[in-house]
Design a protein around this ligand. Structure first.
Ligand code: UD1
Ligand code: CA
Length: 466
């Protein structure tokens, strides 16, 4: 079995927050989740997160993720080796397996690197395989000391000699271990170094001294080592990821008119022929179909969209939009909205927790909340579903082919029957049967010359003042 231990004990002090460092986000996704998702994509069977600072926030995150991940607590920060010691019980559960140790604050470790290094680890039969990278500026990282192909050990920046400082192959902080070799090395770690810590890197020398092999796997891209300690670092990671993600979509046939203000989450899926216009954020696990036009000025979070749909100046969260739908400009779709195929949602419309049926048109200045709307319904301008009486919410049902006149208030709970009409300006408080008209108005009174008299009085008053 393949297991992973993810080190996530660090604080967000330099981020100036009280969150654990690994919960800070790159493109809207916590760094820890990037690492967890890479493990899952690489078919790692079991994951243990070592928490330390603000561990209750890590617990809460893991609970909400639904991933079924284990945790171990490091209550004192005594180094990376000490952190892995805290996961001893987790590692012991699979003595014949292999364990990858990863840094929770280095989000770009990818499934391909995890898998390719695993292949090498298995085929060489090494006790440990270090994922390394060659970088222009190795400052701060542990340097890889080699002897021919094999690895002799890792020297931390603070422990480097003048010669070692010049080595440009560095330790990514990710390593595969045979579980049994790791377990045998951990209790033999000592704090005899510049930082007085238990260095995980010292396990390599111990494994070598036991007569086992230690190998290195050089990552295809040095991005796998990148981490963030502060806000500047976090922004840098977001910039790097943003560019890579847009490149991937360009290769898949997505069109960008300009990438200004375009931010796409690593987990978003976009179909070919779809055009993304400026200032558009496609966040979370959004899935957008083919030949859509999205933007400008839109923010979609966890939205599923069909094909050939247009979204112009739309803010939408946790909702589903069909194919051949037009939404916008200036529309908000709040959670749990479903807009079916061929519907039209026009300007200044807000939809919440409602279904809008196929071919239905909600063209202007309307609020539809907690409602089930059928097919081919027409909403006039300025309709309001009155779904909240100050203490509880209720639903409106509007059946197929109904026609809701301009400026109608539908006071929930209420049902508008099939093909029924409501007259403009009506406040509807009772169910309307199929094919009926609901009209709620007082008779219109005309007061002849009322305005003329008023105007005359006004003009006379003006003369007196002069
Ligand atoms: C470590 C490696 C170094 C490597 C670098 C890559 C050691 C001794 N050095 O250095 O060779 O180049 O990573 O980034 O391992 N953590 C804990 N508890 C602790 C200490 C650390 O949970 O007691 C966590 C941190 O929160 C972080 C990860 O382990 O997520 C790495 O720790 P960090 O202090 O950044 O290690 P480095 O000194 O950078
Ligand atoms: Ca680090």
């Amino acid at each position: 079995m393949k297991s992973a231990v993810i080190l996530a004990g660090g604080s967000g002090k330099r981020m100036k927050t009280d969150k654990p460092k690994v919960l800070h986000e790159v493109l809207g996704k916590p760094m820890l989740e990037w690492v967890i998702d890479s493990c899952r994509s690489a078919n790692v069977d079991r994951i243990c997160v070592v928490k330390g600072f603000a561990s209750e926030m890590i617990d809460e995150y893991i609970l909400n993720s639904g991933y079924g991940i284990e945790t171990a607590l490091q209550s004192e920060r005594l180094g990376t080796g000490h952190a892995v010691m805290m996961a001893e019980d987790f590692i012991k559960q699979d003595l014949d397996g292999d364990v990858i140790v990863l840094n929770g604050d280095a989000p770009f470790i990818d499934a391909d690197t995890i898998l390719a290094s695993f292949e090498e680890h298995k085929s060489s039969g090494a006790g440990a395989t270090v994922i390394t990278a060659r970088v222009d500026n190795p400052f701060g990282y542990g340097r890889i000391k080699r002897d021919g192909n094999g690895i002799l050990g890792i020297v931390e920046q603070k422990d480097c000699t003048e010669d070692e400082v010049l080595i440009d192959e560095i330790n990514s902080g990710c390593y595969w271990f045979k579980a049994s070799d790791l377990l045998s090395a951990l209790p033999r770690l000592r704090q005899n170094n510049a930082q007085n810590e238990f260095y995980l890197t010292d396990t390599l020398g111990i494994i070598l001294s036991d007569g086992k092999k230690v190998e290195g796997y050089i990552a295809k891209t040095s991005d796998v080592v990148l981490g963030a300690n502060d806000r500047k670092g976090l922004l840098k990671l977001s910039d790097i990821a943003r560019e890579k993600i847009i490149d991937k979509h360009l290769e898949n046939g997505v069109e960008f008119v300009s990438t200004d203000g375009v931010v796409i989450s690593p987990d978003a899926v976009i179909g070919e022929g779809t055009k993304i216009l400026p200032n558009t954020m496609i966040m979370g696990k959004s899935v957008i179909g083919k030949s859509c036009v999205v933007g400008p000025n839109s923010r979609l979070t966890n939205i599923i969209v069909g094909d050939s749909t247009g979204l112009d100046n739309v803010v939408a969260v946790d909702s589903k939009i069909g194919s051949n739908v037009s939404v916008g400009p200036f529309v908000q779709l709040r959670p749990n909205s479903v807009i079916e195929d061929y519907a039209h949602i026009g300007d200044f419309v807000e939809i919440k927790n409602s279904v809008i049926g196929k071919g239905t048109s909600v063209s202007h200045l309307t609020y539809v909340g907690d409602s089930d709307v059928g097919k081919n319904v027409n909403f006039g301008c300025g309709v309001v579903t009155v779904n909240y009486d100050g203490s509880k919410k209720a639903r409106c049902v509007i059946k197929d082919n109904a026609f809701i006149g301009c400026n109608t208030n539908l006071v929930a709970p209420v049902t508008i029957g099939e093909a029924a009409y409501t007259a403009a300006g009506s406040t509807v408080t009772k169910d309307v049967p199929d094919y009926a008209l609901a009209i709620e108005r007082t008779d219109l009174e005309i007061k002849k010359d009322y305005a003329l008299k008023k105007l005359t009085r006004h003009l006379e008053k003006g003369k007196r003042i002069k």
